[in-house]
Design a protein around this ligand. Structure first.
Ligand code: 5MM
Length: 341
């Protein structure tokens, strides 16, 4: 194995080290504005820096968080004393990652479906991000469940783009996180979520194979197999865990370095309980961990926003607690009692 491939494997394994997971704080301009609007904070560059640097400087965060995914603005930001956020992360033992997709855009000819853009110029952007300290990257595709969708065309177009992105990342010595998110929106049942997720993952791994992507240096960021958010009779934690693990076993090669889940709109504790239930099912071919955005940040954001200066430590404490709970869930050692401590 060449040095570059060995380094990819090492980084990928570090990202899913036992009891550790990823903090997703790579909200693009529109999404962070939406999050800040919900807590009545203006989305200025200074406020985004204050909020994200507060999270990354949380003492002890690196015990449960292996890496954090940043947005382009964040990987370039420095604090008032000149320390860059990348340096803050390095000091805290957290690997810097970068979102490199340019968003999910309408897929021509397919109403209601999206394809993620961002391949043009990606080789050059990756080289720059590697210089800035990025060790891993993320690309998110969006698959929507609805009347007669997703189409085969949408699944294939997104799988193809994900694989081309992953190959470019590995060429640059950056570990790709491939994220084909099957949205929870809608009233679909668990079986529909299973079928769509399985078809999506199979298409993705077929494309990764076609495009020579090394799975030992690749992380899958998956959505759980879960009832739609508007479904009448939503499946419970055990059912979600079993369906998700069955689906992954059907579609994800054992060589893949690890699987981390997105939270996709689940409540904080719900996302933790689902991950824990999966890891309590016994040994898996890959580590199963987390890469939550909202399920790690929701309470931390609300606390910080109510008094950004006065509540800084309180918000950090809340983030650390959620990170610790999810770290336990990644080991199958979480319990409701731990939650109360
Ligand atoms: C943190 O949110 C990420 C960026 O989203 P946009 O590109 O839409 O601004 C998002 O990709 C996130 O990493 C994943 O969806 C997982 O986040 P959740 O909140 O679903 O755990």
């Amino acid at each position: 194995m060449t040095d570059r491939l060995e380094q990819l494997v090492e980084i990928a394994q570090a990202l899913v080290a036992p009891g550790k997971g990823i903090l997703a704080i790579d909200e693009s301009g529109g999404t962070i504005k939406k999050r800040f609007d919900s807590v009545k904070i203006e989305s200025t560059e200074a406020n985004r820096l204050d909020y994200r640097s507060m999270m990354l400087a949380t003492p002890g965060l690196g015990e449960h968080i292996s890496g954090a995914i940043l947005f382009d603005e964040t990987i370039r930001q420095k604090m008032a004393d000149g320390t860059s956020l990348v340096q803050v992360m390095e000091q805290g033992g957290i690997l810097p990652g970068i979102k490199v997709d340019r968003g999910a855009k309408a897929l021509a000819g397919f109403d209601g479906e999206k394809v993620t853009e961002g391949l043009d110029g990606l080789r050059e952007r990756l080289a720059e991000y590697a210089e800035l300290g990025a060790k891993f990257a993320k690309w998110r595709a969006v698959i929507t469940i609805g009347d007669d969708i997703p189409s085969r065309a949408c699944i294939d177009a997104n799988a193809h783009a994900l694989a081309r992105y992953a190959a470019l990342c590995q060429e640059a010595g950056i570990v790709p996180i491939v994220e084909p998110e099957v949205l929870m929106d809608g009233d679909h049942d668990l079986d529909t979520s299973f079928d769509v997720t399985e078809a999506t993952l199979k298409a993705l791994f077929s494309q990764l194979y076609e495009q020579n992507v090394m799975l030992e240096g690749t992380i899958l960021k998956a959505s759980m197999v879960i009832s739609g958010s508007d479904a009448g009779d939503r499946a419970g934690a055990e059912e979600v865990a079993e369906a998700t693990v069955d689906c992954l076993l059907n579609a994800v090669p054992a060589a893949t370095a690890g699987v981390v889940f997105l939270s996709g709109g689940q409540e904080d504790v719900e996302a933790t309980a689902h991950l824990d239930a999966m890891n309590k099912m016994g040994d898996m071919p890959w580590p199963l961990s987390f890469s939550y955005g909202r399920a790690l940040q929701a309470e931390c954001l609300a606390t910080w926003a109510s008094d950004p200066k006065g509540n800084r430590e309180k918000a950090q404490h809340i983030l650390l607690h959620r990170a610790r709970m999810n770290g336990l869930a990644a080991l199958g050692e979480w319990s409701e009692e731990e939650e109360k401590e």
